[in-house]
Design a protein around this ligand. Structure first.
Ligand SMILES: Cc1cc2nc3c(=O)[nH]c(=O)nc-3n(C[C@H](O)[C@H](O)[C@H](O)COP(=O)(O)OP(=O)(O)OC[C@H]3O[C@@H](n4cnc5c(N)ncnc54)[C@H](O)[C@@H]3O)c2cc1C
Length: 418
């Protein structure tokens, strides 16, 4: 092992969906930016850029455009024109239509792998962002003047230990964040006792531009997202106690159970690919900043995927932080200054709290099991279907709950003049 010190302004720990986006957002500033990521996209199983398909809000798509990543994602993306919401075995259902709301699209879906490849391809075209991968952070210490980050590059006897000194460390290392823990930021946790089973499925009716959300007390919520090859990605949330059995079944049994839970809106399910499972909990950092530290994305909050909002929210973390850092770099200010961190924390409060309670509220509403609850939900869906204002409100959720939309979501670079 050899020891070596280096210096950077912003060190991003984790080059997943959120960390890579932040690296790109800061590429146009004069800050020295470093990203540390253990698994290079395309080189092996990558936890952030796996087989999942992500529903992207319109603001997120615009931000990815501004970051230059969208042209490489677009050929793999599907424009969502309709979202169909229903309650298993009940009469109520609602359709949210882009055309009725005079919107070009309600959002897009794109495979995480394509998003990762596009973000990293863009990052490589910005030599001012230093990419250290594969490398893993193994320890960190923060004090008033700097953060010292210990990392291991390589593996086995070839592993090299290094310490980097930075003015600001950004934790983008996911929901079990080491940086969050080393910064002494506590978390609260709500275990949904559910597991999301994610797989690609083929149905009799090819996927077009319709996404489906199916709720049902027994089966748990199911989202069916269209893929550009005409197949679907299914996200099926089931009770933890049965998750292993359901996910591990032979293909015909899995398809039969999925059919029973989802119904026949896309005809018969005929094939299913590899199934991956994700335990579901709402884990949130009690504070977003510590000494010389900011937490973003899943390191700050991991949500239930029922509303497909975790990454969208993480991108708004990125857009807000990038804007503050771009302004600081323009003024020659310290990127890890307490005032900047306090400003970040206060600007993220409203959107974050709004999205966490919206998502949690959906999970609870559709899990209610008292007599008459299903009828109430059905009535709610029917009412919702008849109320354009409610639908407009829901489609607006994708812009966030904050009072102000950050520049990157409005199509402007983080740091340019208004
Ligand atoms: C089933 C499911 C479906 C979802 N669907 C949607 C959706 O449709 N729309 C949506 O907006 N959101 C969705 N989400 C949420 C979304 O996937 C997450 O919000 C997003 O992946 C968070 O990205 P992240 O980069 O913050 O964290 P992660 O994806 O967890 O990435 C963390 C990164 O940090 C790296 N890392 C970890 N430890 C270290 C270390 N010690 N040193 C250096 N690097 C490290 C990892 O290798 C990884 O690359 C879904 C989530 C699930 C579980």
């Amino acid at each position: 092992m050899n020891q070596q010190a280096a210096q950077t302004d912003v060190l991003i720990v984790g080059g997943g969906m959120v960390g890579a986006s932040l690296g790109l957002a800061l590429a146009a500033t004069s800050l020295r930016v470093t990203i540390i990521e253990p698994v290079l996209p395309g080189s092996g199983p990558q936890p952030s850029f796996d087989d999942r398909c992500t529903a992207l809000a319109n603001g997120s798509r615009r931000m990815l455009e501004t970051l230059g990543a969208w042209p490489a994602i677009a050929p793999h993306a599907v424009s969502i024109q309709t979202i169909h919401v229903s309650d298993a075995g009940r009469f109520g259902s609602a359709r949210i239509e882009a055309a009725a709301l005079q919107m070009p699209a309600l959002g897009h879906t794109a495979p995480n792998r394509a998003i990762g490849a596009a973000l990293w391809q863009q990052l490589r075209s910005h030599p001012q962002v230093q990419l250290i991968a594969p490398a893993r952070v193994i320890d960190a210490r923060m004090d008033a003047d700097s953060a010292q980050i210990r990392l291991l590059t390589g593996s086995g006897s070839d592993a090299t230990e290094q310490t980097l000194v930075t003015r600001l460390v950004v934790a983008a290392d996911g929901d079990r964040s080491l940086i969050r823990e080393r910064a002494g930021l506590g978390v609260t946790e709500l275990d949904y006792e559910q597991v999301a089973i994610v797989a690609n499925v083929v149905a009799e009716r090819r996927a077009t531009s319709v996404a489906f959300e199916r709720f049902g007390a027994a089966a748990g919520p199911i989202a069916l997202l269209p893929r550009p090859d005409g197949h679907y990605t299914v996200v099926w949330c089931v009770a933890r106690s049965i998750a292993e059995t359901v996910a591990g079944q032979p293909e015909p049994d899995f398809l039969r159970d999925l059919q029973q839970a989802f119904g026949w809106r896309v005809g018969a399910f005929t094939r299913v690919g590899q199934r991956a499972t994700y335990p579901l909990r709402l884990r949130r950092a009690m504070q977003l900043t510590g000494q010389r530290t900011v937490v973003v994305g899943n390191a700050a909050q991991s949500l239930h995927p029922v509303a497909g909002q975790g990454f969208n929210l993480g991108l708004r973390d990125v857009a807000t932080l990038a804007e503050l850092l771009a302004a600081a770099s323009g003024n020659g200010a310290d990127p890890g200054a307490e005032e900047l961190l306090a400003s970040y924390q206060s600007q993220r409060l409203q959107d974050r709290a709004g999205m966490m309670s919206f998502t949690d509220g959906l999970v609870r509403m559709f899990a209610l099991s008292f007599p008459g609850a299903a009828t109430l939900r059905s009535a709610g869906l029917l009412l919702f279907d008849a109320l354009p204002a409610a639908k407009r409100g829901l489609s607006g959720v994708s812009w966030g709950f904050g009072a102000r939309t950050p520049r990157l979501l409005r199509g402007m670079p983080a740091g340019s003049e208004r």
